[in-house]
Design a protein around this ligand. Structure first.
Ligand code: ADP
Length: 174
């Protein structure tokens, strides 16, 4: 598995699945959630309504509709409340559950936004460390994964620099 860093808009990415940093209702919102719903079109919201929400730390899959990506994996990150409310394990769970759901759907490539680091306020450095550690742990445990490429998508320079520091400019291979 290869981890790559991609700077830009996740809705433009031609991968098997993009991950949405959604909320518990799965009925759309601001930030990356709003951008994904706008780009995918109204059928995405119609399918989301059939899912009846999602627990924090869990993930659910839909089609990608008008997106270049075939699927959207909706995961719900924790709201940052200072670190004492299980935020780290909930955020790690978002990465693990998204990869499991992608695996079940046969995806070979997946792109993650920096879950919880926008409106949900998770400190960016801690979130980046959890993202990279969680992804590495998943692939160390699942040697026969069908997922060959994982993109970490950055929408700001701070996140880009953090990912570069953690995995190197050229990405890393497990
Ligand atoms: P959360 O509620 O989980 O914090 P946000 O959507 O507010 O979710 O932010 C999550 C991350 O997604 C932030 O780092 C934000 O900069 C980034 N982001 C926002 N729009 C996009 C986009 N179109 N493509 C990729 N990343 C995005």
């Amino acid at each position: 598995m290869k981890i790559r860093i991609y700077s830009g808009d996740i809705t433009k990415m031609n991968v098997d699945a993009i991950v949405n940093a959604a909320n518990n209702a799965l009925l759309g919102g601001g930030g990356v959630d709003g951008a994904i719903h706008r780009a995918a079109g109204p059928k995405l919201l119609a399918e989301c309504r059939t899912l009846h929400g999602c627990e924090t730390g869990d993930a659910k899959i839909t089609a990608g509709y008008d997106l270049p990506a075939a699927h959207v994996i909706h995961t719900v990150g924790p709201v940052w409340k200072g670190g004492g409310c299980n935020e780290a394990s909930l955020l790690a769970s978002c990465y693990r559950r998204s990869l499991e759901v992608a695996e079940e759907a046969g995806c070979r490539s997946i792109a993650f936004p920096a879950i919880s680091t926008g409106v949900y306020g998770y400190p960016k450095e801690q979130a980046a460390t959890i993202a990279v550690a969680g992804i590495n742990r998943y692939f160390n445990e699942k040697k026969d994964s069908c997922i060959g490429e994982v993109y970490l998508v950055c929408f700001d320079e701070t996140t880009e620099k953090l990912y570069q520091k953690l995995i190197g400019k050229s990405g890393n291979q497990i």
